[in-house]
Design a protein. Structure first.
Length: 236
């Protein structure tokens, strides 16, 4: 990136934040810093980094607050990055985007989920360590999933997700662990928990359970996660 070539020169730079895997809206707080460069008084700055798989936000900035300049941002990656500008702060009001629209109930809470890991999963594959686990999250009608962790029964996910929830008092959060396969993924177990109250954060390590008519049967393994709930949709 760089500043315009007219007027006073400013110290410029940028930093990279790792955010939730499914983030669609602007971030309102400083999140985990993944990379950055030293701010310098130049028209153009450059940085090269090695980042793990995930979703990131690039924040170009002047060193001092309150200084505005037009800028050009170029991003080069070894694989497709699907870069786009985050323009909205929060979900639009109603399906048509107007404040007066009453056709859809507006979200009442922001739920942030930190998936740490799973431990002691059942061996299902003959070849390798026994499984290629991934975790699928479901909250109301929204679904998200982690990356697949290859050849392990103790996957470390270290992933975050956010959900805008319409009925936080009655909604539940469902974690399903699956074994990724070429043709059909195999179910390994699930955990269902209610959402915390406004402003609360809860950390859990829960045993996986079955589903359907086997929902009361304990499965092999546990999953460790943390859930935060806030009625402030700009909390993160």
């Amino acid at each position: 990136g760089g500043g315009a070539d007219t007027g006073a020169s400013f110290s410029i730079g940028f930093f990279v934040m790792r955010v939730e895997e499914n983030r669609k809206y602007k971030t309102h707080v400083v999140q985990e810093k993944a990379a950055g460069i030293t701010f310098t008084n130049k028209r153009s700055v450059f940085g090269k980094f090695t980042l793990s798989s995930g979703r990131y936000i690039v924040v170009p900035s002047t060193f001092d607050p309150g200084q505005e300049r037009p800028f050009l941002l170029r991003i080069f990656t070894e694989s497709a990055n699907h870069a786009k500008e985050l323009k909205r702060d929060v979900p639009a009001k109603g399906c048509c985007g107007y404040l007066c629209c009453c056709c859809v109930r507006y979200p009442q809470a922001l739920v942030t989920v930190h998936i740490d890991s799973a431990q002691g999963l059942q061996k299902q594959d003959i070849i390798g360590a026994g499984a290629d686990p991934l975790c699928i999250l479901k909250c109301e009608r929204t679904k998200a999933q982690t990356h697949v962790k290859r050849n392990t029964l103790d996957p470390v996910f270290k992933s975050r997700f956010s959900f805008y929830v319409k009925n936080p008092a009655s909604s539940e959060l469902k974690f399903q662990v699956w074994n990724s396969n070429l043709l059909i993924d195999r179910f390994m177990g699930q955990v269902i928990v209610p959402l915390p109250r406004d402003g609360e954060s809860e950390r859990h390590t829960k045993h996986l359970m079955g589903r359907g008519r086997h929902s009361d049967e304990e499965q092999s393994g546990t999953v460790t996660f943390r859930v935060e709930c806030s009625h402030n949709l700009r909390a993160t």
